[in-house]
Design a protein around this ligand. Sequence first.
Ligand SMILES: Cc1ncc(COP(=O)(O)O)c(C=O)c1O
Length: 365
Amino acid sequence: VTRSLMFNPGPTNVHDEVRRCLLETDVNHRDPRFRDVLAQVRTGVVDLLELDDTHVCIPFAASGTGANEAVLAAVRGPLIVLVCGHYSCRLADIGERLGLVVERLTFDRWQGIDCDVLRRALEQSPPGATVCLVHHETTTGMLAPLERICALSRRHGATLAVDGISSLFGHRPASWSADVDYYTVTSNKCLESVPGLAFVVARRSLLEPPTTVSRSYYFDLRRQWLEMTSRGEPPFTQSYGCYLAAATALRRLDEETVAGRHARYSRLRDRLADGLATLGFEAIRLAGEQATWLQLYRPPPWFDYADMRSRLAERGINVYTDAATLQDGLVAFATLGAIEAQHVDALVEAIAGEAPVRRPSEACT
Ligand SMILES: Cc1ncc(COP(=O)(O)O)c(C=O)c1O
């Protein structure tokens, strides 16, 4: 087995116990063992978000985008999307592709969401609107002011759909969790499982009649939910190994606790920032609240991202920064997944080891 260290924003390193689950594949999705693990995963997700009977978990065999598409395919009425970076822009694109009437409220990705703009839009929008946003914009590391957005949506009777793909399980649920009507999350980020499963956590009452017919055949939330609850099975083929891995990852997260995971990610981010500071990287402080596991840096002049990325890959270390962030002269390092302090130190040592022996700034002194 080839092992790499992952400092990209997902998929992540997973624990060996999770990885071994993938060998268990000779079980079909109509088998009682599959029903057991499906039930464990569905309950485990809702419990870890500290939601009770008001919400249900509906998994799909998909990446996170599939969960977002399932939610948007179920939306009725106009859609207000808070666009504040790459992933929220994609939500608006999906809504338009599905034929929804989409209002984009666009914000500077470095300044974050202005709740007054949302308030004015809600005051003018017809009843029955859905507000949709990304909690953690994974390209900047900025967290949306979710508590205020929840309060505004509640006050105006809007449905609230939150892409929590890169925040849930790494951030502690707060008092606002139950105000969100739809959350989406994936198996391969803060849950620390393998890619392949996307979860919609939906308010139960929105799945009950009267509901609109989904605009999607495969990503039909209501049918997926009905079949999973009435027969205990998914309507379409799914991987037992993937579910077993997710159930194991959920158990491990329950043992670590979401607060513990949040603290570990924060410690690792700070340790990496300290190490990179010695090499001349400046950690960027954002205008709004920052996520725990993603940090942007202004690299020193000698740092050549493309070259460093391929040289780190030769050492089995994965890093990734998106094109827009690179264009702003910044690089990103993620510290999520089944990693510990020694792995962060290995990254710092590897970057130091690949740095020019005499950096240009030193040559001038
Ligand atoms: C906030 C957010 N939304 C959506 C996605 C898309 O997820 P996927 O690539 O699993 O479809 C990502 C991926 O990183 C993300 O960070």
